[in-house]
Ligand binder design. Structure first.
Ligand code: FNR
Length: 188
C-alpha cells in the first residue's frame, strides 16, 4: 500500500499526558502504511493578526509547513472544561491563517478524545469537530472515539490493556486509513 503521512496533534502539553500516550498506542495499532509524526504545538505563540502582518513567527511557519506536508491529521486530545484545551485551539487558529491559505483544508482527519473520567471527552471531541467542519476537513464519522477511563487502559509501555479497547482502537485506525484513501483518490 502507498505510504501516507499523518500529522498527529496532541492537545495536552503535559509530559505524562494520557492523550500523548494514547497517541503512541494508536500509532502502534495502525496499518503500517500510515507514517505518523507528532507535530508539537507547545511553542506556538498565541495567534495575533498583528504578528501575522509583521511577518509570522518562525514557530507558526514551521508548524504550518509540517501540517501542509502531511496527507492527513490525527487529533488526540483531552477535554478542558467541556471543550478543547486552549493550546489546541490556538494551533488550529495558527494553521487556519493567513486567510485563504489554511493548511487544514481538505485534509482527512480523525479525532480521539481522551479522559481519565467516564465521559471520554465528548465535549472536546464535538467542539473540535465543529471547527474542523468549518475548516473543510473530512472528519472520520465512525467509529467515534470518546476514550474514558484512559489511565486504566494504558500499560506502562503505552500498549492498550484490554482486548476490547485494542480491537476498537485498531478498527478506528483502519477506518481512518480507508477514509484517507477515499479522500486522496478524489483529490486533483
Ligand atoms: C480537566 N480535566 C477534565 N476532564 C474531563 O473529562 N472533562 C473536563 O471538562 C475536564 N476539564 C479540565 C480542565 C482543566 C483546566 C484541566 C487541567 C483538566 C481533567 C483532564 O481530563 C485530566 O487532567 C487529563 O489527564 C488531561 O489530559 P492529559 O494531559 O492526561 O492528556
Amino acid at each position: 500500500m502507498v505510504e501516507r503521512k499523518v500529522a498527529v496533534i496532541v492537545g495536552s502539553l503535559r509530559k505524562a499526558s494520557l492523550s500523548r500516550r494514547m497517541a503512541h498506542a494508536l500509532i502502534k495499532l495502525a496499518p503500517p502504511n500510515l507514517k505518523f509524526s507528532i507535530v508539537e504545538i507547545r511553542d506556538l505563540s498565541l495567534y495575533d493578526e498583528d504578528a501575522e502582518s509583521a511577518g509570522p513567527p518562525a514557530s507558526w511557519v514551521a508548524f504550518r509547513d509540517a501540517v501542509r506536508a502531511s496527507d492527513a491529521v490525527l487529533f488526540v486530545t483531552p477535554e478542558y472544561n467541556r471543550s478543547v484545551p486552549g493550546a489546541l485551539k490556538n494551533a488550529i487558529d495558527v494553521g487556519s491563517r493567513p486567510y485563504g491559505q489554511s493548511v487544514w483544508s481538505k485534509k482527512p482527519c480523525a479525532i480521539v478524545s481522551v479522559s481519565p473520567g467516564a465521559l471520554g471527552g465528548f465535549g472536546a471531541n464535538h467542539h473540535l469537530r465543529q471547527s474542523l467542519v468549518f475548516l473543510d476537513m473530512p472528519v472520520l464519522q465512525q467509529p467515534e472515539a470518546y476514550v474514558g477511563g484512559a489511565a486504566a487502559l494504558l500499560a506502562d509501555d503505552d500498549s492498550i490493556t484490554t482486548e476490547g479497547a485494542t480491537k476498537f482502537l485498531s478498527g478506528l485506525t483502519t477506518a481512518f486509513a480507508d477514509l484517507i484513501e477515499r479522500v486522496l483518490a478524489k483529490s486533483p
